[in-house]
Design a protein around this ligand. Structure first.
Ligand code: ADP
Ligand code: MG
Length: 693
């Protein structure tokens, strides 16, 4: 239960002045709609209205505040002409200029002969100072409240900074006095304010330096958020570790057979990682290990070796894949590799229904099936095992922690290996997985031909289409990834549909289209046509199935490559270069390229090392974008920016270790305060892992 002291912060933003029913919707979309969400929505700029000058000293382009007398109203002579309110002080004339203005409103605001304070940007028109649409208007008594530094907030259409500033101001008045959860020595060493002061400072910046992430108030708040994140992860981890695992020691009997049958030897990297997994499985602790390796680095073989260990001890193993297609591909690969071991391997997807499904479930429950490969269908409640000792979860990002747990519930003390092809920089890894053990496949299987990567301006499109035609004639298949328009699915889809029509006009039915709006079954069908049907060019938005293996695909065309992130481009390129043939990746860009885009493309041409690329991506872009907004499962931070506050993340992790060593159940005074912190950042679930949570 959320502590009472936090109730005011979790009230609806509608309780704040200036936020009515209509703006509430916008606020909800922009920030989340609770008072606390508004507090986390920090200014990203300032407007300084403190320059109070006589009109005669106004400089063009500057923002200034004037006290002037209203002299006359000059309505426009036609609808297109602006309405002018001529004002002046003893040093000169200032025209206030209004387009589409309502005369009656202006007459009320600016009665002739009276003094008014106006603040806004000054322009000059034929030597006359003018101010189009003053930002602030008031009486001379209001000068002090107008001539201030105003925070500027990130906005959405329909909301103004002024509305958000007013609402935040009101929210700041209700700030409860929360107990201090930070270590006092650390606070004083960093010269950070207490929480309430930090929130207030962050919303009332004095200057541009105060909206910088390095400002003490901002650092404090970022650290609070990171500490909540790391503490929550540590608590979840501890509870998972707390459940006793079972030691799984393989005999090597099945492994030997499988290894003898493989047409290749394992790479050094694969053997090393298998060693790490073996040690985990053999221990009495539960394994929760992340296996990272680029597409094609040979994760499946590693997973199989681990599954064999489980089967050798007489237990069962499962592999959970995010889509039907991937489950099927895993089945094919694993069946082929495992053949010499004579295992019983089965597939369970959402397509299994009725009798066949019931039979399959029986065989799982009886233990006849050694290894099952499947999708979400594996998580259904009626799926039971005789003895599930080990599970592999492929492509982690599609599955939430919740699903991971529901799989863990199907076997007592089960070991879990999570596989991902998305190389995650170490800092980000920490935010998503905490101290989860990590294995990395750093070496690719031998014989891989590097992908020939080239960048070309978009105006060479017709040359590219001709090149595509030659490739098609040679029996090759082509991915054509459409421009990222604005990360809104609708416009991305429009661009893809248009390109699809264009290519179809030239190549007919050999062109297919896959995008995020398709139903999973339709998507699977198009992918299946591309894998083995009549589709040779696959036009796609960025949603191409992660990990799908189409060895005949040798060309990847990416339009508007400058709009994609580095990691994203790397992932896309990873779809090709999987067969024996040489592959090429064509990055089409709109000239001229910006510096960042140039750096990205250069990195991509230079290396195919996903880990190096991921680090570089983080450096170039900042964390928020590294994994793409569409990828769920990664925490998003409101106050911390991992690219900038990476050192704070490390510090938060170290702090959490100390905290839990000293007060494992968070029951001392600081512990109590830390519980408030967890609720403040909505890590409620983590509190449940504490005694008397
Ligand atoms: P990932 O799942 O990491 O994308 P896979 O496990 O699907 O990669 O492996 C990609 C391809 O490489 C498969 O065809 C697999 O048989 C092959 N492969 C795996 N390990 C090796 C190896 N040590 N030597 C040669 N080929 C390998
Ligand atoms: Mg794979």
């Amino acid at each position: 239960m959320r502590p009472q002291i936090l109730y005011p912060l979790f009230a609806s933003a509608a309780t704040l002045p200036g936020i009515g029913a209509k703006s509430l919707k916008l606020v909800e979309r922009l920030t989340g709609g609770k008072v606390v969400d508004l507090l986390w929505h920090l200014p990203n700029g300032v407007v300084d209205r403190r320059r109070i000058v006589p009109v005669g000293q106004a400089a063009p382009g500057e923002i200034a505040t004037f006290t002037v007398r209203v002299e006359e109203h000059l309505p426009g002579r036609s609808a297109r002409q602006p309405y002018r309110v001529r004002c002046a002080d003893s040093t000169g004339v200032l025209d206030l200029v209004f387009f589409h203005a309502r005369g009656d409103w202006l007459l009320k605001q600016f009665p002739v002969g009276q003094d008014r304070v106006v603040s806004g940007r000054v322009e000059f028109f034929q030597a006359t100072a003018q101010m189009p649409h003053p930002d602030r208007i008031g009486t001379p008594e209001e000068l002090d409240s107008i001539a201030v530094v105003e925070p500027q907030y990130p906005l959405t259409a329909g909301l103004t900074s002024r509305m958000l500033a007013k609402a935040s101001e009101a929210a700041l008045k209700t700030l409860p006095t929360l107990p201090e959860w930070q270590d006092p020595h650390w606070l004083s060493r960093r010269k950070w304010p207490d929480w309430a002061a930090a929130v207030k400072e962050a919303h009332n910046p004095d200057d541009l330096a105060a909206v910088d992430p390095s400002h003490p108030a901002r650092q404090r708040l970022a650290f609070d958020e990171l500490l909540a994140n790391q503490l929550a992860l540590a608590l979840v981890r501890r509870s998972q570790r707390g459940v006793k695992g079972r030691p799984l020691k393989g005999t090597g009997r099945l492994r030997e057979k499988v290894l003898a049958g493989l047409p290749f030897g394992l790479t050094g990297s694969q053997n090393f990682v298998i060693g790490e997994i073996d040690a985990d499985m053999a221990s009495t602790k539960r394994m929760l290990r992340l296996l990272q390796g680029d597409v094609g680095s040979g994760k499946t073989a590693v997973a199989l070796m681990a599954m064999l260990t489980a089967v050798e001890t007489g237990a069962q193993a499962a592999l959970l894949a995010p889509t039907d297609i991937l489950a099927r591909q895993h089945l094919e690969t694993i069946e082929a590799m495992a053949k010499p071991a004579g295992l019983t391997i089965a597939l369970l997807t959402g397509r299994a229904k009725g009798r066949p499904r019931a039979e399959l479930l029986e065989r799982l429950a009886s233990g006849e099936i050694d290894i099952v490969i499947g999708t979400h269908a594996l998580l259904q409640e009626d799926v039971a095992f005789r003895d599930l000792a080990f599970a592999v979860i492929d492509e982690q990002h599609r599955f939430g922690v919740h699903q991971r747990l529901s799989l863990s519930a199907k076997g007592a003390g089960m070991d879990v290996l999570v596989m991902t092809a998305t190389p995650i920089p170490r800092t980000l890894q920490l935010t998503a997985y905490g101290d989860m053990e990590v294995s990395r496949l750093t070496e690719k299987p031998p014989g891989r031909k590097p992908v020939d990567t080239r960048a070309l301006p978009l105006d060479r499109l017709s040359d590219i289409v001709n090149a595509v035609e030659r490739k098609l004639a040679g029996g090759e298949k082509i991915y054509w990834v459409c421009p990222l328009v604005d990360e809104s699915e609708v416009s991305d889809l429009a661009a893809a549909t248009e390109r699809h029509a264009f290519l179809r006009a030239r190549f007919g039915d050999r062109v297919g289209l896959v995008h995020g709006k398709l139903k999973p079954a339709e998507k699977d069908r198009v992918m299946a046509d591309f894998i083995e049907g009549g589709v040779d060019i696959l036009v796609a938005t960025t949603v191409i199935e992660v990990g799908v293996n189409v060895p005949a695909a040798t060309v990847m065309v990416i339009e508007h490559a400058e709009r994609f992130g580095l990691a994203q481009l790397h992932q896309l390129r990873g779809r090709i270069g999987r067969g024996d043939g040489a592959s090429s990746c064509l990055l089409l860009y709109a000239a001229p390229l910006g510096e960042t885009a140039k750096a990205r493309i250069a990195t991509l041409r230079e290396t195919e090392d996903g880990f190096r690329i991921a680090e570089e991506d983080l450096r170039l872009r900042g964390a928020g974008e590294v994994l793409g907004t569409r990828q769920s499962g990664m925490p998003t931070f409101r106050l911390a920016d991992i690219a900038i506050h990476g050192d704070l993340l490390q510090a938060a992790r170290d702090d959490v270790k100390l905290i839990l060593d000293r007060d494992p159940e968070l029951s001392g005074p600081r512990g109590e305060a830390l519980r408030v912190l967890l609720y403040l950042f909505e890590r409620d679930a983590a509190v449940r892992y504490l005694r008397s949570g």
